[in-house]
Design a protein around this ligand. Structure first.
Ligand SMILES: [Zn+2]
Length: 657
């Protein structure tokens, strides 16, 4: 029997902390129970605090997000409101990031940032709890344009920030403010006084979390109402039609993910949250069904989702072009959020597999190695180098410059990255009444009350570059318990030993190796996940990449970046030799030190095609080739050395050259 360290369910310092525990297969652990102590994610958490957070605060000030709220109170501020209508949410997500970060490691400076922002918000908030700088600036009427107004979307992010702060620090001033806003929504919409809902889901998961922390049932009821009314055309067609808002089909009947990808996945997260509290199976089944369809037909190898620029939307099944991909960073984050809730609800490792794939590829690529540049759109092929993003400025278009811009007019992604990185400790491990489960591998310290005693364990690993994971039990209760280790779906030939004794390492149907025993302090578990280089093919219906392969190693997708290739190698003209040899090369000189992969390949001379884009079959111009060695780097590291061409999917050629 698990007793979480925080006495009250719903108050565990985790990004999703259910209050009811009878619908949970796995119990989340808080960031005070699982601390990342270094490695890939630990370094990033440090960079998130030292670089990204001050960088974001500078831009929130510079772009008006702070002033938009400041001008509503008596603290001054500029006369004109600036920026996007949902700019309040940029601040709220940054505050949530800081809340997780100070929960991880206290900081008087960052606590002061939150205190200052809370004062500013208190001054801006109206008597009845309403708070939205766009509407309060007179730019729109309250709740008059739910399709586009983002009022509840912004409210949701404020609620999430406040709940995160309360869970990590116990600080409840921001929570009180967020509750006043939530109560305003309850008065306006609750008990079906209105039967419409915000065009951008987010409020659903936020209200469930607020219910979890406070126990106030009205928030859960309103979340339920918002999920129930959606799907009946209540929002109107807007600019892109009802499907864009997930308002064309009720969620319980929807077979797949449609429309705006961030909206679809925030909604999925909220729907699974609702299941976790109410136990309504149809909600879980909707989430499982839509997730399954998404992974089978609408997800890129990097974990990116949402292929269409138009409507930032999911495309048709297998519509996954590598060069025209949208793949918004926020959609990847939303995918992680939804997958995590499904993992808690089912215990199935496939959800952790997608989380791992998304975090180490799409998500890791979203941010520059320096921590102050961000991709909004995440291509897996760039045919020609594009202009670099302006130094210390925003691109004219937020969608696709050659390097990571410092900020965006539509700045949803950078603070979303902040809050995700800062809360990652909450995604590593879970507990149930049999023991502890490890889902993601990173250096960490785990400390959880299990039965009659404390389990303390340390995890050491150089993941994702090395597949050896060492778990050392530092303290254990007297009764036996089970340590479960996820065997990733990509892994073949895993081995596991305890104190030098080899054990069977076959994963069960859920994807985990289970080791049950009476553990003692000093026991050492050594899991080895072999990471040979492998070539991956896409489903044959993904026409855009048929005949190509991708290079992968462990959880990492690799890419060819033009700056790593020999002079004159055009990435549009390369083909891997059919019998290519793939060599892992340690490159301490490259991008702060990484493992590159060299591949035997050829470069085609396509000049016979000059002036023609097609030819009759059998009459194609002769094409000569010359051999070349290509160098691939982990995908997440691309575009850190100026504008470049890049590709993930590489044609697999004949034996020639
Ligand atoms: Zn975004």
């Amino acid at each position: 029997m698990i007793t979480p360290s925080s006495a009250v369910p719903g108050r565990i310092a985790a990004p999703c902390a259910p209050r009811a525990d009878d619908h949970l297969v796995l119990h989340p652990l808080g960031i005070d129970q699982v601390e990342i102590t270094g490695g890939f994610w630990g370094d990033w958490q440090d960079r998130n605090r030292a670089v990204t957070t001050p960088h974001a605060l500078k831009w929130l000030e510079r772009d008006g997000a702070m002033d938009n709220l400041r001008r509503l109170g008596d603290a001054g501020g500029e006369p004109e409101r600036r920026g996007m209508l949902f700019s309040d949410s940029d601040l709220y997500k940054a505050l949530e990031g800081i809340a997780w970060d100070i929960g991880r490691k206290p900081s008087p400076e960052l606590a002061a940032v939150i205190a200052d922002a809370t004062r500013l918000l208190e001054q801006a908030q109206e008597e009845d709890g309403y708070l939205n700088s766009w509407v309060q600036a007179g730019r729109a009427e309250r709740f008059a344009d739910l399709a586009h107004g983002h009022e509840m979307y912004c409210a949701g992010h404020l609620i999430q920030a406040a709940v995160a702060l309360a869970r990590t620090t116990g600080e409840d001033e921001l929570l009180a403010l967020a509750r006043r806003l939530a109560d305003n929504l309850v008065r306006e919409f609750g008990d079906r006084r209105r039967v419409d809902v915000d065009g951008h889901p987010e409020i659903e998961t936020a209200l469930v979390e607020l219910y979890r922390y406070t126990g106030d049932r009205s928030y859960l009821d309103l979340a339920q109402q918002f999920v129930d009314v959606r799907g009946h055309g209540v929002i109107g067609p807007g600019d892109f039609g009802s499907a864009y808002f997930q308002d064309d089909v009720p969620v319980r009947e929807q077979p797949t993910v449609v429309g705006h990808s961030v909206r679809a996945l925030y909604l999925m997260a909220g729907v699974v949250d609702l299941f976790l509290e109410t136990g309504e199976r149809a909600l879980l089944e909707a989430g499982e069904r839509q997730w399954g369809s998404m992974v089978a037909e609408k997800t890129y190898l990097t974990g990116a989702v949402g292929s269409r620029f138009e409507g930032e939307a999911f495309g048709d099944p297998f519509e996954l072009p590598p060069d025209l991909i949208y793949g918004e960073t926020c959609a990847g984050i939303a995918s992680v959020m939804a997958s995590w809730r499904l993992l808690l609800a089912t215990g199935q490792g496939k959800y952790a597999d997608l989380i791992e794939r998304t975090l180490h590829n799409l998500f890791a690529a979203s941010t520059s190695t320096a921590g102050d540049g961000f991709f909004y759109v995440n291509p897996v092929q760039r045919r020609r180098p594009r202009d670099a993003a302006p130094v210390d400025g925003k691109p004219l278009r937020s969608d696709a410059p050659g390097t990571r811009p410092a900020w965006f007019d539509c700045a949803c992604c950078p603070p979303n990255i902040m809050r995700t990185v800062a809360s990652l400790g909450g995604y590593l491990a879970t507990a149930d009444d049999t023991g502890v489960q490890l889902h993601l591998y990173a250096p960490a310290e785990i400390d959880v009350l299990l039965g009659d005693g404390q389990v303390r364990a340390t995890v050491q690993t150089d993941y994702p570059l090395d597949g050896t994971v060492t778990v050392r039990v530092e303290q254990s209760p007297s009764q036996p318990w089970t340590l479960s280790l996820r065997i990733p779906a990509w892994c073949r030939g895993a081995s596991v030993e305890v104190d030098g004794e080899q054990l069977p390492a076959t994963a069960d149907d859920d994807g985990y190796v289970r080791i049950e025993r009476a553990w003692a302090s000093g026991d050492v578990v050594r899991l080895v996940l072999p990471m040979p280089v492998r070539l991956t093919v896409a489903h044959p219906a993904v026409d855009a990449v048929r005949g190509t392969v991708a290079i992968e190693r462990g959880p990492l997708t690799y890419c060819l970046e033009s700056v790593d290739q020999s002079t004159g190698v055009d990435l549009d003209a390369v083909e891997l030799a059919a019998d290519t040899q793939l060599r892992v090369v340690t490159r301490p000189d490259l991008l702060g030190g990484t493992l590159a992969i060299e591949a035997d390949a050829v470069v085609r001379d396509d000049s016979g095609w000059d002036g023609s884009g097609w030819a009759s079959l059998g009459e194609e111009p002769a094409t000569s080739t010359r051999p070349v060695t290509l160098t691939a780097i982990p995908y997440y590291l691309w575009a850190n050395r100026g504008p470049s061409a890049m590709r993930v999917w590489i044609p697999l050629g004949d034996r020639r050259g």
